[in-house]
Write a protein that binds this ligand. Sequence first.
Ligand SMILES: Nc1ncnc2c1ncn2[C@@H]1O[C@H](COP(=O)(O)OP(=O)(O)OP(=O)(O)O)[C@@H](O)[C@H]1O
Length: 237
Amino acid sequence: MIELNRIKHSFTLGRKGNERRVPVLHGIDMRVGKGEIATLVGRSGSGKSTLLHLIGGFLRPTEGSIRIGGQDVTAFTEGQWADFRLSHIGFVFQNFQLIPGMTAYENIELPLVLRGLSASVRRNRVKEAMERLGIADYADHYPAELSGGQQQRVGIARALILDPPLLLADEPTGSLDSENEEQFLRLLRELNEERGLTLLVITHDERVAAIGSRRFRMEDGLLSEIAAEAEKEEALR
Ligand SMILES: Nc1ncnc2c1ncn2[C@@H]1O[C@H](COP(=O)(O)OP(=O)(O)OP(=O)(O)O)[C@@H](O)[C@H]1O
C-alpha cells in the first residue's frame, strides 16, 4: 500500500540569496502492505511528520520515489494530489483540524460535497457514520461545543467518509484522556479488521505504538523497523 524508495528530504531556510538547506530525511525505504497497522515512533524533530507529509502529498521529496496503492505519486501535480487524497487517504491529526464554523454534521459531510455526491446520498452516509461512531446526538454542535473525544470521532468520521484504503494519523491521541484513547484504539483495530483499512500512526505513546503489526522508529532522519531489530537480536542469541 505504501512504498517509499530512497526518500531524502531537505528544507530550504533563510532569505533569498542566502538560503541554506537543512537535510531532514536521509534515505528512507519503507513498505507497508495492505491491511497492515504501522506505527512510527521517534524523538521530537527526528522527521516523523515530514515523512507523513510526504506520503500525504503535502511535501515533495527532494529525492526518491513514492508509490501508494500501486500508483507512482512522486510527480503528481497539486490537482492530481487533491483528487488522489480524496479517494485514497484519510488524515487524522492531534488537534483534530475541524472547521470551526461548520457543525459536526457539516464537517463530516464536506468530503462528500467535494466529491459532488447528491444530498440524499450525503445525508444517509453522514447519518450512518455518526451512528457508527456514537456521535449522532451531536450533529448540530460546532467543534467548540464538543469534548476532545467527540471532536476526535468527528475527525475520524470525516477522514473515513469516502472509505479510503489508507489512514494517516499524526499523534491522534495526543489530546485524549486514557479512556478516550482506549476507545480510539479499539475503533482503529475494528476498522482495520472490518474494512482492511491500512494505518500509519505516528505516536509518542507506547500503548498506541503497541497496536502496530509493523513498528517503525525514526532516528535522526533514518528509519528502522523495531520488530525486525528484536528478531535479529533473537537470531544472534
Ligand atoms: N517547514 C519546515 N521548514 C524548515 N524546517 C522544518 C520544516 N518542517 C520541519 N522542519 C524541521 O525538520 C525536522 C523534522 O521535523 P518533523 O516535524 O518531521 O519532526 P517530528 O519527528 O515529527 O517531531 P515531533 O515529534 O516534535 O512532531 C525538525 O528539525 C524541524 O525543525
